[in-house]
Design a protein. Structure first.
Length: 137
């Protein structure tokens, strides 16, 4: 019995080492991947309940497409591009959560400027290039 447990432990260590070698240089998972997988699982569950309708078939295809996309992102070697995708997603998520401010782009330098909501029409000064423009908040 002791030989079997040591053999199993060695097998697990070899498997972990092989998986570590396989994943080195690859992107892995992040917040965007988690959201993609959760939406894919939700679409899969929805397709199971509505399997005889057209919406169920669309949800089935969507679930597989989302899960394949998440696997592709996890195994990708283009780390910088995946990082930028996740960063843009997190910025968009923060903007959705931010109910007290509005965001505008400076017409001259394209810098994002945050201003408080519900102040009417205000003059905004870009902190980067000092361009003045008016927007309704």
């Amino acid at each position: 019995m002791n030989n079997f447990s040591s053999w199993l432990r060695n097998l697990g260590a070899k498997f972990r080492a092989g998986l570590f070698r396989f994943m080195s240089g690859r992107y892995g998972t992040d917040r965007l991947n988690t959201v993609i997988l959760c939406v894919g699982v939700a679409a899969s569950i929805l397709s199971a309940f509505l399997q005889h309708l057209l919406i169920g078939r669309i949800a089935w295809v969507l679930s597989y497409a989302l899960m394949i996309w998440a696997i592709f992102r996890s195994l990708s070697r283009n780390i910088n591009k995946r990082y930028q995708e996740n960063r843009r997603f997190l910025l968009m998520l923060d903007r959705i959560k931010d109910r007290k401010n509005r965001y505008f782009l400076c017409p001259r330098c394209r810098q994002t400027v945050r201003v408080p909501r519900h102040k009417g029409k205000i003059a905004i000064t870009c902190p980067k290039c000092k361009e003045r423009f008016q927007r309704r908040t």
